[in-house]
Design a protein around this ligand. Sequence first.
Ligand SMILES: CC(C)(COP(=O)(O)OP(=O)(O)OC[C@H]1O[C@@H](n2cnc3c(N)ncnc32)[C@H](O)[C@@H]1OP(=O)(O)O)[C@@H](O)C(=O)NCCC(=O)NCCS
Length: 196
Amino acid sequence: MTGDSASIVLDTARLRLRPFAAADAPAVQTYCAEVEIARTTLAIPHPYEAGLAAAWIAGHAERRGSGAGWIFAMTTRDDEALVGAIDLRIEAEHARAELGYVVYTPFWNRGYATEAARAIIRFGFDTLALNRIDAHHFVTNPASGRVLEKAGMSFEGVLRQRIRKWGEFIDVRQYAILRSDPAAAPTDPSPKDSAP
Ligand SMILES: CC(C)(COP(=O)(O)OP(=O)(O)OC[C@H]1O[C@@H](n2cnc3c(N)ncnc32)[C@H](O)[C@@H]1OP(=O)(O)O)[C@@H](O)C(=O)NCCC(=O)NCCS
């Protein structure tokens, strides 16, 4: 991890998670207009009206500054392509956050959501001192459940008809990870930690 609180960057093997910039707005606008992205998310409206991406990005600094949340752009380290977004919505009183993510359709099924989720979970426990990170996905979106499992989160149950999406009540599956869970233990020890 590098940077002060306004410009924290998290690097993984293939990705760089960095703050969104105003210059990302045209790409976000194009990708989020796709119905495949809106169908399984709550926060992305469809149609995605002009200007929404720019307004969304403009609000990030305040969200971060107020402690309400951290939103990162997922970008590839080799060519800096914008491949998605990932965020933690913080409930400071409970040292808890809700994880959310989107990978734009041209980049699906390459393991990017999983790689980014692992990194932001580490950030949540190590830097934000969270105790619990949870996440929800529509039962109609099994790919997201796979991401959460691969990121080390445990399935906690089905919340029946928790969401009304486009006029239909949808069951939601809940996952979580605690900082005390074995799956939350750092997997990449520093040279000092691994020294005999
Ligand atoms: C869900 C989403 C984030 C996954 O991103 P991704 O980068 O493709 O995810 P990964 O490549 O890390 O992992 C996807 C896993 O789902 C699996 N998968 C894909 N489609 C699937 C399906 N229809 N049924 C079951 N599993 C599926 C993949 O095979 C892979 O698992 P594997 O590694 O065991 O093979 C992406 O599809 C997306 O952004 N969708 C729209 C927005 C959204 O739903 N956000 C999440 C809201 S909870």
